[in-house]
Design a protein around this ligand. Sequence first.
Ligand SMILES: Cc1cc2nc3c(=O)[nH]c(=O)nc-3n(C[C@H](O)[C@H](O)[C@H](O)COP(=O)(O)OP(=O)(O)OC[C@H]3O[C@@H](n4cnc5c(N)ncnc54)[C@H](O)[C@@H]3O)c2cc1C
Length: 498
Amino acid sequence: SGFKKKSPRQNPAVFRPGVRETENGSFQAKDSSTDVIIVGAGVAGSALAYTLGKDGRRVQVIERDLTEPDRIVGELLQPGGYLKLVELGLDDCVHEIDAQRVLGYALFKEGKNTKVSYPLENYNSDVAGRSFHNGRFIQRMREKAASLPQVQLEQGTVTSLIEEKGTVKGVRYKSNGEEHEAYAPLTIVCDGCFSNLRRSLCTPKVEVPSCFVGLVLDLENCHLPYPNHGHVVLADPSPILFYPISSTEIRCLVDVPGQKVPSIANGEMANYLKTVVAPQIPEQLRESFLMAIEKGSIRTMPNKSMPASPYPTPGALLMGDAFNMRHPLTGGGMTVALSDIVVLHNLLKPLRDLHDAPALCKYLESFYTLRKPVASTINTLAGALYKVFCASPDQAMKEMRQACFDYLSLGGVFSTGPVALLSGLNPRPLSLVLHFFAVAVYGVGRLLLPFPSPKRLWLGARLLSGALNIIFPIIKAEGIRQMFFPNTVPAYYRAPPS
Ligand SMILES: Cc1cc2nc3c(=O)[nH]c(=O)nc-3n(C[C@H](O)[C@H](O)[C@H](O)COP(=O)(O)OP(=O)(O)OC[C@H]3O[C@@H](n4cnc5c(N)ncnc54)[C@H](O)[C@@H]3O)c2cc1C
């Protein structure tokens, strides 16, 4: 069939080792009993399928499109996320995809720049961030999951969850134009940021503070000022990012505040990029940036944030972006998703069977607290840094942004502390709050020295209250008790069902 002529990467059949092709060309399950259904084989779904399959669970993964994704998301994995890949046995998925090592960040502001390196001294030499084409990474993880005989990966679009008396029993899905049903004691929904299925499993409070506009720069025409580093330009009105995604390409993401971006079709976008953005980017990259605009392959994505607020539902769980999202400025989404998978895997490991849905649901309530140190640190930092890094007409916020840049430029613990939080290497909420307020105090201190004037005192007070206004709502949404006192939450101590 024409289907078989496609390359192995494009051919969905290679992802279906758990099914066999019958004479009439349809697929038949080798074994009808499934332990876990996973909806979506993106970053979260494919990593989860491999992890559960490796434990001997029979996993059915239903993915809308098994061809290699081509998108501008999930291209920089933090070192903390890489460590999670190692823990899950998936670190080889960053091999053979021309992934680039990332060693830290460079910050640019009004002609000045500073380098902030990840504190990697105490780790094996392979530990670093990685940047790559998201589709290549996902395809490697799908192949690896599907190589396990217990994992059946098939192409289909899940249309709804099958619920009986408040318990999810499985899913309805469409595949090859036909409707199907699949049943399992546990369904894990990983259908990503545009999730249609999350509605019955959580209270989605999605915010869209901005959009990213993506371009690819050709590395033949330019070089990154700091090779193997992410580059963050503190531009007006909001940040611009650059990082390598292969040995020949640099990804550029331009943040555009609000939910609407200039129209690509009528040329407004190209005009905006040329006139507003180009003059603000480092000189070494400008020519190549302008060439990328001329090439015309401009893509956009909404930047969403959504705190985790699940309704624990027997028989079902949410994971990945379907469950929790944060601003992608700090590239933390994949690290949170992989870290959640490690937590869930450890919880499920001692359980032989998953059939007692209410008992399993009660037991898994601890997941929501156990995930907090990593998830809440990365989420809070992403939200707070985005607000601090945006330009503001308010003088107090201008001072805060400058204080943040200068604080990170101090080096030592002032740069390694925050970057260890951002990279997922030191996921401690308390350390995050301390650094955040240290930046504010540093900003205020500079205003008051050598002599405080009433005007500067007032500005300092507004800076402090601005800092509080930024961080407090984010922490509140994360849950103060779960974030700072997780061991006082009763669900923390749930024992496995017998
Ligand atoms: C602009 C942007 C840039 C980002 N950059 C980074 C970054 O540099 N680093 C980082 O760590 N994170 C980044 N993120 C976040 C990161 O992309 C996500 O956190 C990550 O992709 C989440 O993985 P996921 O598996 O939940 O979703 P996805 O990877 O999106 O996977 C969802 C999968 O579900 C499938 N699906 C959807 N609906 C159905 C259905 N009904 N039936 C069957 N299948 C379905 C989809 O086809 C897809 O394959 C970025 C996000 C954005 C928006």
